[in-house]
Design a protein around this ligand. Structure first.
Ligand code: SAM
Length: 386
């Protein structure tokens, strides 16, 4: 079975859900908001023309606050821009652009919850503006399930593409294959010919990993993503991507996202307690890659369909509003669980998830007590279709 058939964030809106624990991703989307507003302004005032429909796609939208906030932000910005251009004239309703937002994710995403949230928000917003003279543009929301490594939309049909905190996931066209030491799945080249995992004891790049295999996979994936979008985005259209990346100064061999390091350590701890088989752990890798901004720029330029209009890096510290380390560690445990659980349960079995989460929360507490950073290095990129 391919990863794309079961990859998703934790569904529902309960305590362990992605929807309740995507505060980091929401923080990142807030940091990219100024660039998004500039992009919308540019599309509406420079190219769209009055009365035309604005078409936006949120790729790898997940569920929760980020896609909801995107829908509101697009509507509010269109309204504001129309006011500035005097396209909101009451006598001429046809001037204000209508909006179509496509919500894309893999089919196993919780689309029911996503649309329930979005429609509830529409109703609440509708009540807010009732009786006031301000009118929001008409907006239709559509589901577009599928992998963004494939074509999803008709040619030259999108004005704006948004993809928050998703492009660091490596492609899911890699199949889990059953070997004598368990199911193996990783970027090609990550396993020796005899199939033995190379990132032993780690779920991410370690000093013994063939780093080029990860970078090569990331390059092929981003190139394929850009190739698909180059056909779907209108000339001059824009694409806002945020990546979990790594600082340019960091060495690929030794840099690890701190939460994947904690995950590796918690998995190893369960091995030492006899709750997980060592070989199985050695053959598991998280489908994830943290690129530098230079690597991203070079891939975009190499593919050739988009120009880098703006690029910036920011850091975001997880749950830094919480002063008590114990509480913060609990929150970190839930945050990691919300995006790793479906993959981990498929690979190691649902029965170990509770223990794994307990280990990770404990390690997060030690990490915090030790004064270690829990920063995320984020790369925000605005691309323009050439
Ligand atoms: C960390 S979540 C981010 C969700 C949302 N954009 C946000 O900021 O909260 C990553 C999302 O990317 C989706 N994803 C991963 N690979 C994908 C692919 N090949 N095609 C479409 N969506 C994908 C996952 O299912 C998940 O919902």
């Amino acid at each position: 079975m391919e990863l794309k058939e079961f990859l998703h964030m934790n569904g529902g809106d309960g305590e362990l859900s992605y929807s309740q624990n995507s505060f980091l991703q929401r923080g990142v989307s807030l940091m990219s908001q100024p660039m998004l507003e500039i992009a919308l302004k540019s599309i509406i005032s420079e190219g769209l023309g009055p009365g035309k429909a604005l078409k936006v796609a949120d790729l790898g939208c997940g569920v929760g606050p980020v896609p909801s906030a995107l829908a509101s932000l697009v509507k509010e910005n269109v309204k504001r821009e129309c006011e500035e251009l005097s396209w909101d004239d009451d006598d001429d309703d046809d001037q204000m652009p209508e909006i179509q937002i496509y919500m894309n994710d893999l089919p196993s995403n919780d689309f029911n919850l996503l649309f329930r949230d979005l429609l509830r928000m529409e109703e609440e917003k509708g009540e807010d503006v009732e009786g006031k003279s301000s009118k929001l543009p008409m907006c239709s929301l559509m589901g577009a399930p599928g992998s963004y490594y494939e074509r999803l939309f008709p040619k030259e049909s999108l004005h704006l593409v948004h993809a928050n905190c998703t492009r660091h996931w490596l492609s899911q066209n890699l199949t889990f294959v059953l070997t004598p030491w368990g199911h193996v799945k990783a970027p090609s080249g990550l396993y020796r010919p005899e199939g033995r995992g190379i990132n032993k004891g780690n779920v991410y790049i370690s000093e013994t990993s063939p780093r080029e295999a990860y970078l090569g996979q990331f390059e092929r994936d981003l190139t394929q993503f850009l190739k698909c979008r180059s056909q779907e985005v209108v000339p001059n259209g824009l694409m806002l991507l945020t990546f979990r990346g790594r600082p340019s100064s960091s060495d690929l061999a030794t840099w690890q996202p701190w939460e994947l390091k904690l995950l590796s350590l918690s998995i190893s701890s369960l091995v030492s307690k006899g709750m997980l088989e060592k070989d199985k752990v050695d053959s598991f890798d998280f489908p994830y890659f943290g690129a530098t901004k230079e690597e991203i720029r070079s891939i975009v330029e190499g593919q050739g369909s988009f120009a880098v209009e703006n690029m910036k890096t920011v850091t975001h510290s997880v749950a830094n509003e919480i002063e008590c380390n114990e509480e913060r560690a609990q929150k970190i445990g839930k945050f990691v669980r919300a995006f790793t659980q479906p993959v981990l349960s498929r690979y190691f079995g649902v029965q170990v998830l509770g223990s794994l989460n307990d280990e990770l929360t404990l390690l997060a507490l030690l990490h915090l007590d030790d004064g270690q950073p829990v920063d995320h290095f984020i790369i925000i990129v605005l691309l323009r279709r050439i």
